[in-house]
Design a binder for this molecule. Structure first.
Ligand SMILES: Cc1cc2nc3c(=O)[nH]c(=O)nc-3n(C[C@H](O)[C@H](O)[C@H](O)COP(=O)(O)O)c2cc1C
Length: 169
């Protein structure tokens, strides 16, 4: 077996490709979102979902302030937004929704901007936070979920957005 350094190894673990949003959808200065790949379901009952994010991110600040966030899976339609806007720019400098021409809608159970065309949307309320190395692991309860489109979600592997082959029904 060929050895591989641990940082390259971690890039080879398939991960989700998500846009996590937070803040007040109707206030361009108090809303934001970021691309997140370090995320997972972490409890069956209650249904808990965890994201690992840098505490310097603007989205982290909004999540702390509003105690909630929304998770969106990323389709081909959203991949450019995920890689080049939500995953690259800071919400401190720019309203990413306005830049993309996306009008966010209100969430049903929490305060968070929703991107209505995402394949899957989950509304989450923060239940705890844990310091993990150089990131903050935020654990949240999934309160509500709905489908914005029938587009296929992408995954993240080896620094690339990749198609997932879905089983036929
Ligand atoms: C594909 C991809 C995955 C990312 N995953 C994470 C992640 O899991 N955690 C994190 O802290 N940052 C992650 N980032 C970086 C943030 O999305 C990026 O720093 C973003 O600009 C932060 O925006 P904000 O400061 O407006 O919150 C990722 C970026 C990309 C492109």
């Amino acid at each position: 077996m060929k050895s591989i350094d641990v940082f390259s190894a971690l890039d080879l673990v398939p991960q989700p490709l998500l846009i996590v949003t937070a803040g007040d959808p109707s206030n361009p200065r108090r809303r934001g979102g970021m691309t997140v790949a370090w995320a997972s379901r972490v409890s069956w009952n209650p249904p808990l979902f965890a994201i690992s994010i840098g505490s310097s991110k603007y989205t982290y600040q909004l999540i702390k302030e509003y105690g909630a966030f929304a998770v969106h899976t990323v389709s081909r339609k959203l991949v450019d937004a995920a890689m080049n806007v939500f995953g690259s720019l800071s919400g401190r400098d720019v309203d990413k929704f306005k830049l993309l021409g996306v009008e966010p809608v209100k969430a049903r159970r929490v305060t968070a901007p929703i991107i209505p065309v995402a394949p899957l949307i989950m509304e989450c309320r923060v239940v705890s936070e844990h310091a993990v190395g150089d990131h903050a692991l935020i654990v949240a309860k999934v309160l509500e979920a709905y489908q914005g489109s029938e587009d296929k979600p992408l995954a993240f592997l080896h620094a690339n957005a990749v198609e997932i082959e879905l089983p036929s029904e």
